[in-house]
Ligand binder design. Structure first.
Ligand SMILES: C[S@@+](CC[C@H](N)C(=O)[O-])C[C@H]1O[C@@H](n2cnc3c(N)ncnc32)[C@H](O)[C@@H]1O
Length: 326
């Protein structure tokens, strides 16, 4: 697989920050970020900031194209609608509380939560990729670069609430235990974690969909991801020391037969399938797709299958758990 070194620069005009990182790119997928850069760009009117010392390998299969922000924001809308809230855990926020969104993407969850909570609360969003961070956000939100399995050491016992959504194709099966231990470490005693993931299996209905989901599962296994993560998370949360582990499973209709809600539901999943085209073609079931055109046509046919099947639903599961108070 051909690799090249790339240079990524992001600029947040609203906060006068500039971040430069070195990364190894492969098919638009960031597979490694590692740097200890100290960038001084004061001559450009920008401030100096540190980039995280060491960000471990990620096999995140979705490229960070301009369409990705729209996809994440649509996904957010669908998930918020089916769970009827941004926060499923039984939390009442107090003015001094601090919240973390791990793998924040476009930061949409934080931006919306900021409208519902006291302005004095500090909110943090972190991700291995800065390109989707918003350029305008309230002054009580801070975005930074970090990996979910190695959170900053000074965050120990800091957050009342940690949200982490849809990192199933970002954190490998091997890394999950460590990632959950990191969340446990940065939560303050009595604090809650909320994890939202999607279920591949529960979407199995029509023949075209079933064949596609089989190859999607193969790609997951090939990259070291757990396609059955939602079945394993409760035990993993308990093993990490969490108490009061619970979950809610909700689904969205996917198909034109459910009107606007069904169209948004299907687009949420179809856009994800389209954005994982290259990894699925290369690492899914052998011979499943012989060309990009064939893949695109197959996704179009899945859409028709869903439009004709009023039982087609996409499933998300939200897990909650609490760090014991003592
Ligand atoms: C499917 S997106 C979800 C974004 C956001 N949580 C949401 O629900 O809108 C997954 C995000 O995880 C990020 N990511 C991938 N590997 C990561 C890692 N090791 N640590 C933190 N974030 C990671 C990606 O850059 C991407 O923004």
């Amino acid at each position: 697989m051909a690799m090249e070194f790339g240079r990524v620069m992001t600029f947040s005009p609203s906060r006068n920050l500039c971040i430069i990182t070195l990364c190894i790119m492969s098919n638009s997928t960031v597979i490694s970020l590692h740097s200890s850069l100290h960038v001084n760009l004061e001559e450009n009117g920008l401030q100096e900031i540190d980039v995280a010392d060491s960000i471990p390998i990620s096999q995140y299969p979705i490229n960070f194209s301009t369409a990705e922000e729209g996809r994440l924001n649509l996904q957010h809308k669908v998930i918020k609608r089916i769970f009827e809230s941004l926060v499923v855990a039984p939390v009442t926020f107090l003015p001094q509380d601090q919240v973390l969104d791990s793998g924040t993407g476009s930061g949409i969850w934080l931006l919306e939560l900021a409208r519902e909570i006291p302005e004095s609360m500090k909110m943090y969003g972190m991700d291995i990729n800065t390109s989707l961070f918003p350029t305008k956000f309230p002054s009580n939100i801070e975005f930074s670069v970090a990996s979910a399995d190695k959170l900053p050491s000074h965050w120990t016992d800091t957050f009342t609430f940690v949200n982490q959504r849809l990192l199933m194709t970002a954190i490998s099966q091997q890394q999950w235990g460590n990632a959950l231990s990191e969340i446990y470490r940065v939560l303050s005693p009595g604090g809650w974690v909320q994890l939202c993931e999607y279920s591949i299996k529960a979407s199995l209905t029509g023949a075209l969909t079933a064949k596609f989901l089989s190859t999607l599962q193969t790609m997951h296994r090939h990259r070291g991801f757990d396609p059955d993560l939602v079945d394993h998370l409760p035990a993993m949360l308990s093993a990490a020391g969490f108490a009061d582990v619970d979950f809610q499973e909700r689904s969205t209709p996917m198909g034109i037969w459910a009107g606007d809600v069904g169209v948004e539901g299907k687009e949420c999943f179809l856009k994800a399938y389209r954005s994982m085209k290259i990894p699925i073609m290369q690492e899914g079931d052998a011979g499943a797709f012989n060309s990009e055109e064939e893949y695109d046509q197959y996704i179009d046919n899945i859409e028709k299958e869903w439009d004709g099947n009023p039982r087609q639903r996409g499933v998300f599961v939200t897990f909650i758990a609490r760090k014991p108070s003592n």
